[in-house]
Design a protein around this ligand. Structure first.
Ligand code: BDR
Ligand code: CA
Length: 307
C-alpha cells in the first residue's frame, strides 16, 4: 500500500510515524509536515527526529506554515514548546528535502504506478493546496484517511476538533473533492486512552520504540491531565495507520459530511449527517466504533518490531 503521511508531530503523530515504519506492507514515498501542534519548523524537526531515532529512511518535505485562510493556531499546552516535549532525541545529520510538501505530493502522486493513500494527522492544508493546484492528482489517489473532526463535541470549541478547526477551509476542500474520505474523529479516538497501565505495558516490551513511547506518553499525559483532567490522553493520530494495518479496527458509516466554514460559533465543525436528514450526497465514511483492545495490540506489536 503506497502511503503519504502528512503530519504535525505532535506526540500522537510521532506514534503514527512509529506505526507506519513497523510494517513492510507500506511503501512510503515521503512524509510531509504542516503547521499545527507547533510551527512547521518545529513539526518538521520533530518528524526528522522521530524517523532518525527509529531508523526509518523516509524523506521529509516541509509544508504550509499557516492555514489557507484563517490565522495560525498552535497547541503548546498539550505538546509543549518543542511540539514533542518529554524525550530528548539523539543528534543526527538529517534535513528536510528542498522540495516543499505541496510540490512533493503532486509529483509523487502523478508519478506513482499505483494509487496513493493520503493519510493526514494534522490540519489538511497541504493536501487541500495540492488538490487545488493539481486537480488531476485525484485520479491517482486511492483515498484520504484523516484524523480529525467529530460527530459529537469538539476538543477546541464545543463544536470543533483541533485539526479541522486549524484549517476548516482546507478540510472543506478535501471533503468536497469527490475522493473517498475516511474520517477518523474524536468519537473513536477519545476511546483509546493511553492510561498509565498502557504506558507501563508498552514500556515493558523494550527496545527503542518502547523507550520513546513511554517518555513521550508520560509528558502527553501530564499535559492532558492539566488541560482536560484526563489520566490518559486519547491516542488520536495512530488510529489512522492502525486502521490501515488492520481494517477490523473501525466501523464506518457512509454519510454526507459538511464542514462549517461560516466563521461563527461552530466554525470548523464536521456536520456528519448520520441520521440522513439532508438527503445529500454521501461524501465520507465516518468512524463510529473502535475495537480498543485490538488498537493497543497493534501498538504493542509495532513497538516490538523495533526491538
Ligand atoms: C488532533 O490534534 C492534535 O493536537 C493531535 O496531534 C491530533 O492530530 C486531535 O484533535
Ligand atoms: Ca496531529
Amino acid at each position: 500500500m503506497k502511503i503519504i503521511l502528512d503530519c504535525d508531530p505532535g506526540h500522537d503523530d510521532a506514534i503514527a510515524l512509529m506505526l507506519l515504519g513497523s510494517s513492510d506492507a507500506f511503501d512510503v514515498p515521503g512524509v510531509t509536515t504542516v503547521a499545527g501542534n507547533q510551527t512547521v519548523e518545529k513539526t518538521t524537526a520533530n518528524a526528522l527526529n522521530v524517523l532518525s531515532y527509529l531508523g526509518l529512511p523516509y524523506k521529509v518535505y516541509k509544508g504550509a506554515d499557516r492555514p489557507l485562510i484563517r490565522s495560525s493556531l498552535i497547541c503548546p499546552e498539550i505538546h509543549g514548546e518543542t511540539g514533542l516535549d518529554g524525550f530528548v532525541f539523539p543528534p543526527h545529520g538529517r534535513r528536510e528535502e528542498e522540495t516543499d510538501a505541496r510540490a512533493f505530493i503532486v509529483d509523487a502522486i502523478r508519478r506513482s504506478g499505483e494509487k496513493v493513500t493520503v493519510v493526514t494527522t494534522g490540519p489538511m492544508t497541504n493536501l487541500a493546496s495540492a488538490l487545488l493546484f493539481a486537480p488531476d492528482i485525484k485520479d491517482n489517489i486511492e483515498r484520504i484517511v484523516l484524523m480529525g473532526g467529530s460527530v459529537g463535541a469538539g476538543n477546541v470549541t464545543p463544536a470543533a476538533e483541533f485539526n479541522v478547526f486549524c484549517d476548516p477551509e482546507a478540510a472543506d476542500i478535501c471533503f468536497k473533492s469527490g475522493l473517498p474520505v475516511y474520517m477518523i474523529g474524536l468519537d473513536v479516538t477519545r476511546r483509546v486512552l493511553v492510561l498509565p497501565e498502557i504506558v507501563e505495558r508498552m514500556e515493558k516490551i523494550g527496545g527503542k520504540a518502547a523507550v520513546m513511547f513511554a517518555a513521550l506518553m508520560r509528558t502527553f499525559n501530564e499535559n492532558q491531565k492539566k488541560v482536560f483532567g484526563l489520566d490518559g490522553g486519547p491516542l488520536h493520530d495512530p488510529v489512522t495507520v492502525a486502521y490501515l494495518l488492520d481494517e477490523r479496527l473501525l466501523r464506518f458509516e457512509h454519510v454526507h459530511t459538511e464542514i462549517d466554514i461560516q466563521g461563527g460559533i461552530s466554525y470548523g465543525r464536521t456536520n456528519c449527517d448520520l441520521p440522513g436528514y439532508l438527503k445529500k450526497e454521501k461524501n465520507s465514511f465516518v468512524a463510529t466504533d473502535i475495537n480498543e483492545r485490538l488498537f493497543f495490540d497493534i501498538i504493542g506489536r509495532a513497538i516490538a518490531s523495533y526491538r
